[in-house]
Ligand binder design. Structure first.
Ligand SMILES: O=C(O)CCC(=O)C(=O)O
Ligand SMILES: [Fe+2]
Length: 365
């Protein structure tokens, strides 16, 4: 077991622990850990790791989960339960509308691949996915990012449905709760604390991998790109082989999934190739790590293959939020991670935005 103290003592210690964990990572997982991250949010700015044994414990739990599972549930995250439920409820309402109504915000190249896709339109590894969705990507239509000049394929603004009328304001409030300083009326954390969940979890990961909290800030993920999907999975009444979402890993850093309660559909592949159910745990987000963390950690953290199989009689909604690197970040193995994995880069460098653009265009061509 990685002792809490080891997080504090820098890269040298991490080298020993890292090798041990690389060996341990070969053991197959059979369940997904639940981590209460409230200690990370209680410290006002950065996790005060030296002073707080609870924070150290959470960092270690996240580190273990990233090394051995690639998935974990987070509770104690501060996003009000009512708001999580309301976003999914509004998604259910939207998906019951007629196709004509839903097509008012139809996804196309004109919006930079933002908007609504009908069932079967999304493709994973050449196979149509049995889901419909609204895709939102950070609005970009120029501004400070040369990558988003007019002819960039992801140039565009989000398309918001007019029905249900509260869809847009509720989703916007939800996004601000997940992303940044938020203290709504029902905020469970007192004192106007900034949640910024992606950043807080990345600070914990940074401490675990590099010994300092801000390795993923600045030019790496200081201005994180984001995507947000509102997904509806019809019940599979016919063939069980028709998957809601085909097996894949996610593209970026962290995904935070808000999934319907009482419906088992998300599956995660363990090291032995078995599918482990990520059953809904009320009030939690399911968090998983993406391709960019594999590169930055030089394989210490591996994103885990997952898929969705809704072979239930009920319609299922899930709402993933994707916390990503800066669009123009050059992603290459961190020196401290290379040191504990044999000294060589195991993965080629990529520019995150190029990786994302390729993936998005591949889906919709
Ligand atoms: O619906 C889910 O639970 C997960 C969806 C997913 O894996 C994704 O959108 O990347
Ligand atoms: Fe995914």
């Amino acid at each position: 077991m990685l002792k809490a103290r080891s997080v504090l003592s820098g890269i040298k210690r991490r080298a020993q622990v890292g090798n041990l964990k690389m060996t341990m990572a070969k053991i197959s997982f059979s369940s997904i850990p639940v981590i209460d991250i409230s200690p990370l949010l209680e410290s006002r700015s950065t996790p005060k790791v030296q002073e707080n044994s609870n924070t150290r414990r959470v960092i270690n739990e996240i580190d273990q989960a990233c090394r051995n599972v690639g998935f974990f549930y987070v509770q104690g995250h501060g996003v009000p339960l009512d708001m999580m439920n309301q976003v999914r409820q509004l998604a259910h309402e939207f998906f019951t509308l007629s196709t004509d109504e839903k097509y008012k915000i139809k996804m196309s190249s004109a919006s930079g691949w933002r908007g609504y896709q009908r069932v079967g339109e999304n493709v994973t590894k050449g196979v149509s996915d049995m889901h419909e969705a609204i895709d939102f990507l950070q609005d970009y239509d120029g501004g400070d990012f040369p990558a988003f000049l007019h002819d960039h394929p992801l140039h565009g603004r989000n398309l918001w449905p007019e029905t249900p009328t509260s869809f847009r304001p509720v989703c916007k409030e939800y996004l601000s709760a997940v992303q940044e300083a938020y203290c709504g009326k029902s905020c469970i954390l007192a004192g106007g604390i900034s949640l910024d969940l992606g950043k807080r979890i990345m600070q914990a990961i940074s401490l675990a991998l590099t010994g300092v909290h801000d390795s993923f800030e600045g030019s790496r993920a200081g201005s994180p790109f984001w995507l947000f999907r509102v997904i509806g999975y019809p019940p599979l009444e016919r063939k069980i082989t028709e998957v809601g979402c085909g097996e894949h890993t996610d593209y970026g850093l962290l995904t935070l999934v808000n999934q319907d309660e009482g419906i088992r559909a998300l599956q995660v592949k363990n090291q032995a190739g078995e599918w482990i159910w990520a059953d809904p745990v009320p009030g939690t987000f399911v968090v998983n790590i993406g391709d960019m963390l594999k590169i930055w950690s030089n394989g210490l953290y591996m994103p885990t293959v997952h898929r969705v199989l809704n072979d239930n009689s009920k319609y299922r909604v899930s709402v993933p939020y994707f916390y990503e690197p800066n669009f123009d970040a050059l992603v290459k193995p961190l020196d401290s991670c290379k040191q504990v994995t044999g000294g060589e880069s195991k993965f080629a460098s990529v520019v995150y935005g190029e990786h994302l653009t390729k993936k998005v265009l591949n889906n919709f061509k």
